[in-house]
Ligand binder design. Structure first.
Ligand code: C2O
Ligand code: CU
Ligand code: CU
Length: 456
């Protein structure tokens, strides 16, 4: 595959960075009708923050924040981001959940060359779907995401959502020791199990913060799991909460219930009826508090539950004529041949094939070939004792059924496949390209659980 070398050497101080502060700030020009120019200049750079009280941690930030700057665009418009790499390593940006042309998908050696330190790359694409999405590198992922290169991407509904208030809640754990220094992002014995967990929780980059919400209003909370490995068992005891969208895509609103398992890479949009002023609610992961929501007096008439969000323009798969493909997600530990220094161990495989992140030719051997505009049912079979949030680039699929739980069919880009679960999902292969298909537990993905699916 050959590349137009869009990346131009920018030099560390070379680019005129209009409107940016020291670390880079939001830069919104707002000329959404065409693909020329850019809406954001987004810089990735090291930055000191205090995650452990009294200690500095050097995170890697997008736009001077970790998690990164919130990017926004309106459904149907172009999103135009000039991405500038001021990190000490090559990187890319992948736009998780966005259906876009392959050249904009941010997979190194497949959709573009890595953006080298000092270079920039212009990402430009039209956003067809409204919802809560996110962005992250697709290079040295355990380290780069682990150091903070994860950020929310919000696509606003073209006609409005019916919510007068909203908040974005970015969830991430940090791999830190007591002095705020980074510990290993991936250790083999954990990668071979559930993934290497971070130890310090954060909500919008702060450990267990308190957020204020307007009393009496129904607020949209966009909750994103930007963590490398953890599945959050989300719950909000004693709160009135309804789910409005899963992974960006609207559903018929329904109560949150006791808890919702939000795997790595997944998002949930809920409506929360904020109680009378002075009350506090806990947003929790199982029994652990991730943050506190405090209701404060709002000079506004009480709000009501908005109607369901408008559906995204996703093609409906025709199950009667769909072709069925099976994908087995398996443990491969026994097959691992550790070839010595610098080699990445292989613990996982899809249909008997393990991805090697150091082998650039893997992208040339897709695990499946789909016909453009063909209809498919994927049977996803997890034959392991660990859960895998299975994610597909470039396309959206509909979850149909599972042998483990009742499914209300819905569209998504990531499905949390439980241990020993078999699920059926369906899609129309309407976006030509070569699309990564992987587990979003980053150290599973980096030790084999990744493949490419081509649509031609
Ligand atoms: Cu968030 Cu390859 O994905
Ligand atoms: Cu993705
Ligand atoms: Cu996995």
């Amino acid at each position: 595959m050959s590349f137009t070398r869009r990346q131009i050497l920018a030099g560390l101080a070379g680019v005129a960075v209009v409107g940016l502060g020291a670390g880079g700030a939001r830069y919104w020009l707002g000329r959404p009708a065409d693909s020329a120019g850019h809406d954001y200049e987004l810089i990735a750079a090291p930055m000191q923050v205090e995650l452990v009280p009294g200690h500095a941690t050097e995170v890697w930030a997008y736009g001077g924040q970790a998690p990164g700057l919130e990017l926004r665009a309106r459904q149907g418009d172009w999103l135009r981001v000039r991405f500038i790499n001021h990190l000490p390593q090559p990187t890319t940006i992948h736009w998780h959940g966005i259906r876009l042309p392959l050249e904009m998908d941010g997979v190194p050696y497949l959709s573009q060359l890595p953006v080298l330190p000092g270079e920039y790359f212009d990402y430009r694409f039209r956003v067809e779907d409204a919802g809560t999405f996110w962005y992250h590198p697709h290079t040295s992922s355990a380290e780069q995401l682990g150091r903070g290169l994860v950020g929310p991407l919000i696509i606003e509904e073209r006609e409005g959502s019916g919510f007068r208030h909203e908040r974005t809640l970015n969830l991430k754990h940090w791999h830190l020791d007591r002095e705020g220094a980074f510990s290993d992002f991936s250790v083999p014995r954990e990668a071979a199990r559930g993934g290497t967990p971070g130890v310090l929780s954060s909500l919008n980059g702060v450990h267990a913060p308190t957020l204020e919400l307007p009393a009496g209003q129904v607020v949209r909370l966009r909750i994103l799991n930007l963590d490398n490995t953890l599945t959050y068992r989300l719950n909000l005891p004693d709160a009135e909460v309804r789910i409005y969208a899963l992974d960006g895509h609207p559903i018929q609103p329904r109560p949150l219930g006791k808890e919702y398992w939000l795997g790595p890479g997944m998002r949930i949009d809920v409506g929360l009826r904020v109680p009378e002023a002075g009350r506090e609610l806990a947003l929790r992961n199982g029994p652990l508090r991730l943050g506190t929501l405090r209701s404060v007096v709002a000079g506004e008439a009480p709000g009501d539950w908005p109607a369901a969000l408008p559906a995204n323009p996703v093609a409906e798969p025709d199950l009667a004529r769909a072709q069925k493909l099976r994908f087995n997600f398996e443990w491969a530990g026994a097959l691992s041949a550790d070839t010595g220094e610098g080699a990445v161990p292989t613990f996982w495989q899809i249909n008997g094939q393990a991805w090697d992140i150091n082998d650039k030719t893997c992208v040339e051997r897709p695990i499946a070939t789909l016909h453009k505009n063909g209809h498919y049912i994927f049977e996803l079979r997890n034959v392991s004792q660990y859960q895998h949030p299975i994610h597909l680039h470039g396309l959206v699929f509909k979850v149909l059924s599972s042998n483990r739980k009742r499914i209300e069919p819905y569209f998504t880009d990531t499905y949390l496949l439980g241990r020993n679960e078999t699920a059926q999902v369906a899609l129309v292969a309407d976006n030509p390209g070569v699309w990564m298909f992987h587990c979003h537990v980053i150290d599973h993905m980096e030790t084999g659980l990744m493949a490419a699916i081509e649509v031609v």
